[in-house]
Design a protein around this ligand. Structure first.
Ligand code: URA
Length: 200
């Protein structure tokens, strides 16, 4: 059966899959667009697809994704509350970081995606997500992580990328702290109920 491109969201996905705005399309198996809910209060932004994501067509399905899923599950942030995306939708060869030009070429599609998702809280995972989303190209993720940026209607929280934590396990507590801050903000904004632990 041919895919159904009849809704505006599906039409958007088709435009991503056909995109040739930069040279990354040449080596992709497929464009990697999203997972979670189309419309969600929280948008989690990563860098770009890796090998697993390129194969499966969904962001964060490899080792970094397992860590992300563990955090979301531990903090009881359900799938209908988040949308996961990346700065670039096509895999940079050898898992290198996307270039400024590639991130710029992909930005119109990311902006369009934001219009569908309408997030209010944005988690920026890693240096590429921070730099390219905010435009602070010289920013250091270790200096800006764990501090809210309130810009327009957005609450933006930069944090480390799970892949960095997989290489530097000593920093794990910082990622956990940032995700706890994220949960508190979502509670404060009434997007989720506080966690209640059932006692005996
Ligand atoms: N790393 C990312 O930044 N994004 C993915 O989708 C997977 C790994």
């Amino acid at each position: 059966m041919s895919p159904d491109f009849s809704s505006p969201w599906q039409e958007f996905c088709r435009s991503c899959m056909e995109c040739k705005a930069c040279s990354l399309y040449k080596e992709r198996k497929q464009a990697v667009i999203w997972r979670g809910s189309v419309k969600a209060p929280l948008l989690i932004l990563g860098e770009g697809p890796g090998a697993q994501e390129d194969l499966q067509g969904k962001p964060f399905v490899g080792r970094s994704g397992m860590m992300l899923d563990d955090l979301l599950e531990a903090l009881q942030i359900p799938e209908e509350k988040f949308h996961i995306a990346n700065v670039v939708k096509c895999r940079p060869p050898g898992n290198r970081a996307p270039s400024v030009e590639e991130a710029r070429a992909c930005r119109p599609l990311l902006n369009k995606q934001f219009q569908f998702v309408q997030p209010q809280v944005i988690m920026l995972m890693g240096a590429s997500a921070y730099k390219f989303f905010t435009g602070d190209l010289d920013g250091k993720i270790s200096q800006v992580r764990g501090q809210w940026i309130h810009k327009g209607s957005y609450w933006i929280l930069p944090t480390f990328h799970p892949a960095y934590i997989l290489r530097n396990n000593t920093q794990k507590d910082k990622l956990w702290d940032d995700f706890k801050m994220l949960r508190s903000k979502m509670e404060e904004l009434d997007f989720i109920e506080p966690i209640t632990t059932v006692g005996i």
